[in-house]
Design a protein around this ligand. Structure first.
Ligand SMILES: Cc1ncc(COP(=O)(O)O)c(C=O)c1O
Length: 346
């Protein structure tokens, strides 16, 4: 049987751990620097690591100072997106998504934006880039509104040479255990704003600054959002494994494409990282596979507030996700089982 975490990469990870032990640097060391440099090179946008994806979003929102301002958040996302805005002191305004890509709808965004809107968060749901991202970015730029990208799902998602974090002021990736590039816990913030990245280095370390050996705390909002060396070392290895993981996911997706006619279809040039494979109206799959987000995950449902987001409710009721994890042997079994389920149900 094929082992999902290959022995060769385990060995390389253990070698890096030896280096960590030898250096006796457990935080803020070489692994962090290398992981940030390599992730930045991969994404094409400078990167700084943080403790997780949620705190990455919080850092961006705190820097932009959204307190008592409106932040538009898609209803169809994980609660972390809205919760980060709330923690930063913003008022969350829920916007709808498109049925075609499950991501923020430009048309509804235009309806929800007001003079109080300070920022908009777009979430690249499922592993592909939001189809309307360029128009959303143009709209936000014209209105003087900050665009933030929630990139928790988008490892390996590319469109016309750009991945998540290219379009807005900053983007936040998650390396949570279930993500396409898992570290157990971890996050990465990407941004071309050098001043923000410098600020983030202090913010993630309780606002601490050391100049000529003198310690000061110029930032009052900072907290501990650091990534340790052991996690950063795993990040270096997982980034090297990412092409392998993506290749298997894409091969499985190509097989699913032949099974599922009613599926999320991509525009020309879109490359998905397939965090999820999304199909519509295959209720027979619901119990055994899962969804990106179900009704109970949607922000307005969690908060118990009214929101005019009909497509988000439709998607929660109508989409399913056949499994698409890494591990070829396992994947073959999933395809065979799904064929059987679908054949049984006609
Ligand atoms: C869309 C989205 N945003 C943010 C997060 C938060 O990431 P983390 O769990 O690393 O804080 C997640 C998932 O965990 C997510 O799915």
């Amino acid at each position: 049987m094929r082992i999902p975490f290959e022995p060769e990469y385990r060995r390389r990870y253990f070698q890096l751990l030896e280096e960590v032990f030898d250096s006796n640097f457990w935080s803020d060391g070489r692994m962090l620097q290398e992981f940030e440099a390599e992730f930045g090179a991969y994404a094409g946008v400078p990167a700084r690591a943080v403790a997780n994806g949620g705190t990455g979003l919080l850092a961006i929102l705190d820097y932009l100072d959204v307190r008592d301002q409106d932040v538009v958040v898609p209803a169809n996302t994980f609660w972390a997106t809205a919760q980060a805005a709330k923690k930063a002191g913003a008022w969350v305004i829920y916007a709808d998504c498109n049925r075609e890509d499950l991501c923020l709808s430009l048309e509804d965004l235009k309806r929800k934006v007001t003079s109080r809107t300070k920022a908009v968060i777009v979430v690249h749901i499922g592993g592909h880039i939001a189809f309307q991202i360029e128009d959303i970015a143009d709209f936000c730029r014209d209105r003087g509104i900050h665009l933030i990208e929630d990139c928790a799902h988008v490892h390996g998602g590319w469109w016309h040479g750009k991945t998540g974090g290219h379009y807005g002021f900053a983007g936040a990736y998650s390396f949570y255990a279930t993500k396409t590039m898992p570290l157990g816990e971890g996050g990465m913030v990407v941004s071309r704003d050098a001043g923000f990245l410098e600020w983030l280095e202090r913010y993630r370390n309780y606002g601490k600054e050391i100049v000529n050996g003198k310690v000061t705390y110029p930032l009052k909002s900072g907290f501990n959002y650091r990534m340790n060396e052991v996690t950063a070392a795993l990040g270096i290895i997982q980034l090297k494994r990412l092409p392998l993981i993506l290749a298997e996911k894409r091969a499985l997706a190509a097989k699913y494409d032949r099974i599922f006619a009613n599926r999320l279809k991509f525009p020309p040039g879109m490359i998905s990282g397939y965090y999820k494979y999304i199909v519509f109206d295959y209720p027979q799959l619901k119990m055994q596979t899962g969804q990106v987000f179900g009704l109970g995950d949607l922000g307005p449902v969690i908060e118990g507030v009214e929101a005019d987001v009909p497509n988000s409710y439709w998607i929660a009721a109508h989409h399913q996700c056949p499994p698409i994890y890494y591990g070829w042997e396992h994947a073959q079994k999933e395809v065979a089982e799904l064929r059987e389920v679908l054949l049984e149900d006609g």
